[in-house]
Write a protein that binds this ligand. Sequence first.
Ligand code: 5GP
Ligand code: ZN
Length: 326
Amino acid sequence: MVTVDDGEIARAWEFLESHILAWRAEWKVGMLEHARIVRDTALFLGRMYPVREEIDLGIVELGAILHDVGRCRAKRTVEHGIASGAMIREARFPEAVARIGERHMGVGIDRLEARRLGLPDQDFLPQTVEERIVCYADNLLCYLPDESRHELQDTAAAIGRFTAELGEEYGRRTGAFMLGVEQEIGPEGMGRFRQYVVHVNGEFLRKSEGEKMKKCIFCDIADGKGEVTLVYEDDHCVAFHDINPQAPTHILVIPRVHLDSLSAIDAGPHGLANHLLTAVGRIADQLGLASDGYRTVINTGPNGGQTVFHLHVHLLGGRAMHWPPG
Ligand code: 5GP
Ligand code: ZN
């Protein structure tokens, strides 16, 4: 058994978060949440095993936290497990954790499939109990985009998803894999696990209800759900016309990640301020404001007159501005 202490777990979370921020900052909330739920579910399953002392829960925890870290830098989704494995190894986490990363996708990839997909010529099948637990937990977790919430589903749903995506044969393999894990855990453990699933799904539902009430309009716009036309977008920010323009041209430039205000800029991805202001300059140029000049404003907090609590830069142009501002 590999000793995994709290420091190593904390290092795993930091490692995951720093890579998300460096590569795909806009995925931060979703990816961290996914890792957390898979971690909780996998640990619960691990504790339900009758031969619990033979299971390395530290490895399960690290594997669940890090299994998807490769999504940040994988060029193709199908390569993300291998990318996770490589990143986990580079960061000197235990080899057993790297293998969880490599072998967690679906119910694994056999050698023939790996060849067909242009992956290294070997199989990537979950083998150890720790690998299979993380894989099982990951397969049950589903994100329902229309309802903006997660749900833990059952084996039948996982079979259905994989059959639709990858064909009958993969669907059958999914069933065999899931059933194998369930038989090892046994009816008593699975009974308790099913109660846990009901409880967790109840929590997800309550949380999504709560979040619907404190929804952020600018997050919706950044997600493409708002009723506005974007005048500019890139990986880290989007821009659109202010609904109540204070100048012939009045654009709002916002980061995709939710930050309440400029005061929270440090919590954002590294280099965000630079990126945001560079984008503002580019947009001003694009809209032909650069030669006559324009004004940029960031209102922060009550004294700053901020009314929407998602960081935004006002870009105002098309008329001469006054000073001092009101
Ligand atoms: P603040 O006062 O927080 O600096 O600026 C918020 C700005 O957002 C205001 O200028 C307001 O007109 C604009 N705004 C508020 N809600 C919406 C919206 O739903 N769509 C757009 N396009 N602008 C909005
Ligand atoms: Zn927001």
